[in-house]
Write a protein that binds this ligand. Structure first.
Ligand code: NAP
Length: 349
């Protein structure tokens, strides 16, 4: 098939750069436009962008010119890596103009008619796009992916909730610096330190998983009735969010059953064949000291969720540690997988 034209909105930032890197030689998508703010519009991408990734900047973008973030780009899909304040006004303008917007921003995640998607968790929620188009009279649409801290543990929760019913979750994050974008947290604040506050994060981590694990009815999702309590912390790790999780289920279960359910988890068949789909959705490790960001964040090219230290919890039933690459699985890679799902479902062509 001929490739589908896509654009990256906010292509110069931390998540925008990941899109640029992951879309290099993508089998289905071809990048036709890169956008930025007034700060970079008109410049050559190679000059405009302070490249922060370890992987080299792909050749195809070096001499592309950064264009204004305005609808009318030659792109069926626009990947949005815009700050939420900007996304609030810009993303609907793109959807109204007929673009499909696959967004990383939080602005529309919890709107009733907007899918909040992880293909392995809730691929059926894309049906909300029809509701959205009807209600908002848009020829395009907005589909979102969750906050990068919720992503990994929501994937781990899917098989556990299906098999045993999760009632209550206590989660504590150790979030990487790249989660704050570029330049992000000042070095004098974070070196030799842990910051026990990530602005706006705890409410997202306590609500977004319930929408994703909820049941779709005709016009919206009925949230899963899981009570989540979150502490979110920033630590001196470059990439990879670690989350310590304690869970209470409808009936007491042990660590062996929980570990088996996660290790056996398979993505729905439509998801398994997508180009960015990891072969292993959840890797369960048995070592006493894994997962670790430096050693495990690149599992499955950054798309696999790594779980370890599955053990009994004296207060709840089971506890474990989850690691997920925040700019890949939790942002650009997750958003590209969403777009691939929408193509496979015939929603974008
Ligand atoms: N970092 C993560 O791990 C992560 C994970 C999940 C979700 N997210 C979400 O993804 C989005 C991007 O995050 P980030 O970490 O990449 O932020 P970032 O590094 O600060 O990048 C922001 C990008 O948005 C552009 N931009 C800023 N103001 C704009 C405007 N008025 N019009 C057009 N473009 C504008 C910037 O362009 P210029 O360079 O031209 O100014 C830059 O390309 C945020 O909504 C964030 O919450 C981030």
């Amino acid at each position: 098939m001929s490739k589908i034209k896509v654009a990256v909105l906010g292509a110069t930032g931390a998540v925008g750069q990941r899109f640029v890197q992951l879309l290099d030689k993508h089998p289905w998508f071809e990048v036709t436009a890169l956008t930025g703010s007034d700060r970079t519009v008109g410049q050559i991408y190679g000059d405009a962008c302070r490249w922060v990734l370890n992987e080299p900047m792909p050749d195809y973008v070096r001499s592309m010119r950064v264009v204004p973030t305005e609808p009318g780009l030659d792109a069926a899909i626009t990947f949005s890596a815009l700050p939420s304040d900007q996304a609030k006004a810009i993303e609907p303008a793109f959807a109204r103009a007929g673009h499909g917007v696959c967004s990383n921003a939080s602005s529309y995640r919890m709107e009733l008619d907007v899918p909040l998607l992880i293909p392995e968790v809730n691929p059926d929620h894309t049906a909300l796009i029809n509701v959205q188009r009807r209600q908002r009279h848009w020829s395009g649409f907005i589909a979102t992916n969750p906050n990068c801290t919720s992503t990994g543990f929501t994937i781990a929760f899917r098989p556990l909730h299906d098999a045993f019913g999760i009632r209550r979750a206590f989660v504590v994050s150790m979030q990487a610096l790249s989660g704050a974008g570029y330049p992000g947290v000042a070095s004098l604040d974070i070196v030799d330190n842990v910051i026990p506050y990530v602005s706006g994060e705890e409410s997202k981590v306590e609500s977004e998983p319930c929408k994703m694990l909820g049941q779709l009815n005709e016009s919206h999702v009925v949230d899963a009735s899981i009570k989540i309590s979150a502490h979110t912390n920033r630590v001196t790790v470059i990439d990879g969010h670690t989350v310590c999780v304690s869970l209470e289920f409808d009936r007491p279960i042990g660590p062996r059953e929980a570990a088996q359910a996660m290790a056996d988890f398979k993505a729905p068949s439509i998801v398994q064949t997508l180009p960015s789909s990891p072969r292993c959705v959840i890797e369960v490790r048995s070592e006493a000291d894994r997962p670790q960001p430096r050693k495990d964040r690149d599992a499955g090219k950054g798309m696999t969720t790594v779980v370890g230290r599955v053990r009994e919890d004296p207060l709840f039933h089971v506890k474990f540690v989850v690691l997920s690459h925040n700019t890949i699985r939790g942002a650009a890679g997750g958003s590209i997988l969403n777009a691939e799902l929408l193509v496979a479902q015939g929603i974008v062509s």
